[in-house]
Design a protein around this ligand. Structure first.
Ligand SMILES: *Cc1c(COP(=O)(O)O)cnc(C)c1O
Length: 371
């Protein structure tokens, strides 16, 4: 029995293997290992794809968030509002600055941050709000930005939504967004990588400086920075994959629609709750997340895994219930929508190359596991 992985990185590599090898040869010949021509070209191509004026390639998505927050004026002691149901890195980036994450609940249907709860959480120490474009669809950034006081920046966590738009708007457009090119993301490198995209030339320059020891020229240090630069070899991979990203996202949409169809009978019984696309969203399906009701989620996932289906949970604990953020002083019950989702959700295998037969087997196996 062939395993159906959550994400098929081997299949993705097959499509770009020759191009990647040729690009690696170029980098090796030029010994342009950090920065260089490939990085410059990728930044230009990704900015064009994202529809923003600037793209700064960095070492990973968590750094991208930290850099975007710092370039937006967030410093030690400031408060940053973010959803409780996100990958831990969103809160981790805030904590690393010495700022305080202020968590809010999510919408129970879309899992996107509850925009009103975010506004209600803004206080005198708030410097930024971080909407997370979770699972591949975008939160309503213009609405949020319009309702916030001028001193509060919107810094988008766009790690899961490369190529997504909402009402035609791309993440970072008119503001600033951080993204991750972790291998499993829609646009994945062969190691860690990330980027900040923005239309704001000043913030782009500041990100570039902080990520390069605080200066844009060698041995000139205008601000205290650190090292978070993009490698030439990773840029080669990202350029090859970026050229295929729109096609990959289209294939993900078709696969998501096929899951919707195949799962409709289970959804009709109420035992599976299907993902909801918020109107206006061009969803890129980083993850296809369903809820199971009336069955123990962990048992269902274990059964799927035992039968060769690479289901997983994104994420089993909301940020406020992790030991790392226990000092925020929350308890179970504080964010009921995030907590209920965390107990019930599971992600089904989804990648551009998944076949109809594989999806049928995933759904049959899930039906069996639900008993
Ligand atoms: C992947 C991810 C990050 C962090 O990216 P890394 O490249 O792993 O540092 C941040 N936020 C979200 C929502 C993510 O999915």
């Amino acid at each position: 029995m062939n395993r159906i992985p959550l994400v098929d990185l081997q299949a993705a590599h097959g499509e770009v293997a020759a191009e990647v090898r040729a690009g690696f040869d170029r980098v090796l010949a030029a010994t342009a290992f950090v920065g260089g021509e490939e990085v410059r070209a990728f930044e230009e191509e990704y900015a064009a794809f994202a529809g923003t004026a600037h793209c700064v390639g960095v070492a990973n998505g968590t750094d991208a968030l930290e850099l975007a927050l710092r370039a937006s004026g967030v410093g030690p002691g400031d408060e940053v509002v973010l959803p409780a149901n996100t990958f831990i890195a969103t809160a981790g980036a805030v904590a690393r600055i010495g700022a305080r994450p202020v968590l809010v609940d999510c919408d129970p249907a879309s899992y996107l941050m509850d925009g009103q709860a975010a506004l209600d959480a803004v206080g005198p120490a708030t410097r930024a709000v971080v909407p997370v474009h979770l699972y591949g669809q975008c939160a309503d950034v213009p609405k949020l930005a319009a309702a916030l006081p001028d001193r509060v920046a919107v810094v988008e966590d766009a790690a899961q939504c490369q190529g997504a738009t909402r009402d035609g708007r791309s993440p970072g457009s008119g503001g600033i967004a951080a993204t991750s090119f972790y291998p499993g993301k829609n646009l994945g490198a062969y190691g860690d990588a990330g980027a900040v995209v923005t239309d704001d030339a000043d913030r782009a320059q500041l990100v570039r400086a902080i990520a390069n020891h605080g200066g844009t020229a060698k041995y000139r240090h205008d601000v205290a920075g650190f090292n978070s630069r993009l490698d030439g070899l990773q840029a080669v991979v990202l350029r090859a994959k970026l050229a295929r990203l729109a096609d990959g996202n289209r294939a993900r949409r078709l696969a998501a629609a096929r899951y919707d169809e195949l799962l409709a009978p289970l959804a009709a019984t109420g035992r599976v709750v299907l993902p909801v696309t918020v109107p206006g969203n061009a969803h890129v399906w980083h993850l296809y997340v369903v809820q199971v009701t009336g069955a123990d989620r962990d048992t269902v996932v274990a059964r799927l895994n035992a039968e060769g289906v690479g289901a997983a949970v994104h994420y089993p604990l909301p940020v406020h219930l992790t030991p790392a953020f226990s000092h925020l002083g929350h308890q179970a019950g504080d964010f009921p929508h995030a907590e209920r989702a965390a107990a019930r959700i599971l992600s089904l295998p989804l990648y551009p190359q998944i076949t109809a037969d594989q999806q049928q087997r995933v759904v049959d196996t899930l039906a069996g596991a639900l008993g």
